[in-house]
Design a protein around this ligand. Structure first.
Ligand SMILES: [Zn+2]
Length: 390
């Protein structure tokens, strides 16, 4: 399976200037080539090369590889555009949006990503530097940094092209890694049910709760600061708000990585599969008081679910997705389902059999049972879109 690793480059000011000039040149060349492709109706790499290759190399000083990539990037953009037009992304043929999108050549932003292959970019993992082609010659010893775990994956599994991008004045390389999938455990000893929620970010049927209280409090504070900044309408306030949003996203991602790692490791250690709710259900299901509503929409459930999915795939742990309907109202012991089984956010108390349990754990037991049923009925699937049990 493919995994994308993003590392941050730490260029000196001189190196950064060279990278910027290179990215601009590549994108100007690609935009020009897109115009040629449009006029000559040459939207395949081989054809476009005939019309554009020599000029790109001469006018923008791109090397042979970079010129090839600029041409390929242009052709890929047209392929994507064509697919989008066909799929109705721009409305019906003849509509104003459709005409506007199809009636003029593709344009690349000056900072659009540029692909680099192994001849233009080489990695020194020990020294944590790259040697990278620019229009000002080859830059050697450009430092990079990233999360320790991601750098390990990068060193062991990087394959093929990487993209050079500039975001918010910072430089990144986005590298593709090809990772072997673990042998799927086809005889799981059971399932670990995971209930994703707000108050508890994730509760498992083993009784483990990954509490979100501290995160939520912090998030609430951040949100208040952001809305205060947004009201100010000044440039510096906007900048601060943006910086803050990035910080929050990074923190959430880090937390999601940790939680998913623990859940998958536990399932793998005990020879079990993982049962999750289909993610679309979560937002719709939750009926919450107002302060919680803001947290619901800012919590990246989808990310936690996808982290669990790919880590499970890597470890060969089967994942099944179950319909989340009434998992919070159903008694995991006698299966009596009613809204008043849940007197409060945290407590589950069955009106029929008297079973009392933390609400999220009761839900995770239901998810575990539904996951197991899905598995033994032979409806197992690792596709997140599938609803397995109605
Ligand atoms: Zn009951």
């Amino acid at each position: 399976m493919k995994l994308v690793v993003r590392v941050k480059l730490l260029p000196t000011p001189l190196q950064a200037a060279a990278l910027e000039a290179t990215l601009h040149a590549c994108n100007q060349a690609a935009t020009w080539a897109a115009g040629v492709a449009f006029e000559e109706n040459a939207r395949r790499p081989l054809e476009l090369r005939k019309h554009a290759y020599a000029e790109i190399r001469f006018r923008w000083g791109l090397g042979a590889q970079a010129a090839q990539h600029a041409i390929k990037k242009t052709c890929d953009a047209y392929t994507t555009l064509r697919a989008n037009l066909r799929n109705g992304r721009y409305g019906r043929p003849g509509s104003r949006r459709h005409v506007r999108a199809s009636g003029k050549p593709v344009v690349f932003r000056p900072q659009a990503a540029q692909p680099y292959d192994d001849r233009m970019l080489s990695w020194e993992h020990q020294a944590r530097t790259v040697s990278i082609w620019t229009t000002a010659g080859r830059l050697k010893g450009v430092a990079f940094t990233g999360q320790a775990g991601q750098l390990e994956v990068l060193a062991a599994h990087r394959q093929g092209e990487s993209d050079l991008v500039c975001q918010g004045g910072k430089w990144f390389l986005i590298a593709t890694c090809e990772i072997a999938e673990g042998d799927l455990n086809t005889h799981p000893a059971g399932f670990l049910g995971v209930d994703l929620g707000i108050v508890n970010v994730a509760a498992t049927s083993d009784g483990e709760r990954h509490c979100g209280r501290r995160i939520n409090r912090k998030r609430e504070r951040d949100r208040k600061l952001r809305s205060k900044l947004q009201k100010k309408h000044t440039k510096s306030a906007k900048r601060r708000a943006k910086k803050h949003a990035g910080k929050e996203a990074r923190r959430n991602k880090d937390i999601n990585h940790k939680i998913s790692k623990r859940i998958v490791a536990e399932a793998e250690r005990t020879g079990r599969g993982i049962a999750l709710e289909t993610l679309t259900g979560i937002r719709e299901r939750a009926r919450l008081r107002k302060p919680q509503r803001t947290t619901l929409h800012s919590w990246p459930f989808a990310q936690l679910g996808s982290f669990i999915a790919y880590k499970a795939k890597r470890a060969g742990v089967p994942v099944v997705y179950v319909d989340p309907a009434y998992t919070s109202q159903e008694c995991s012991q006698c299966h009596h389902t009613a809204r008043d089984n849940r007197p409060s956010q945290a407590v589950f108390s069955c009106r029929v059999c008297g079973f009392v349990e933390h609400a999220d754990h009761n839900a995770s037991h239901n998810i575990r049972q539904r996951g197991w049923m899905a598995w033994v009925c032979g409806a197992q699937s690792t596709a997140p879109e599938l609803t397995l049990i109605a």
